[in-house]
Structure formats: C-alpha cells, structure tokens
Design a protein around this ligand. Structure first.
Ligand SMILES: [Zn+2]
Length: 76
C-alpha cells in the first residue's frame, strides 16, 4: 500500500479510517466517530494516531472541574 492519502489515519482501536478535514498537527486530539476513542496525532507523515486518553484525561478532567465549579458559582 503506497497510496498517499492526505488526511486519513487509521484508528488504532477499531481500525477504521479517520478522515480529517484539515491538515493535522502533532498532538491534535481527534475523536474516532466509529468507536469514540480519543486519539492523538503522533506522526504527520505518515499520519499516525495513538490513544490520547492518559494525557487527555488529566487535562480535561481538571478543565471540566474548573468549568463545572465556575458555572455553578456563576449560576448561583
Ligand atoms: Zn475507532
């Protein structure tokens, strides 16, 4: 397989093609529409994805917490 597809990567979880509308950048987070895995761009050429849950979880859970608390405080 030598075909060079621009913005298509393979989901490491379900093996589906994940198409990107825009050129990816390293560290970009992508959600697979087939299995809902959160993936990170680890290589641009060839385009490679890897699970991003560890780093993502850390980041987002603290963001979520801040967001939730902020909302509650603002709301009440
Ligand atoms: Zn998938």
């Amino acid at each position: 397989m030598t075909a060079v597809s621009k913005n298509i990567a393979i989901c490491p979880d379900c093996g589906s093609e994940v198409r990107l509308k825009k050129p990816p950048y390293l560290g970009q987070l992508i959600t697979c529409h087939h299995c809902d895995s959160v993936l990170e761009v680890i290589n641009r050429s060839p385009l490679e994805l890897d699970w991003a849950e560890a780093a993502w979880d850390d980041d987002v859970s603290s963001n979520f917490d801040a967001g939730r608390n902020g909302r509650r405080r603002n709301g009440r």
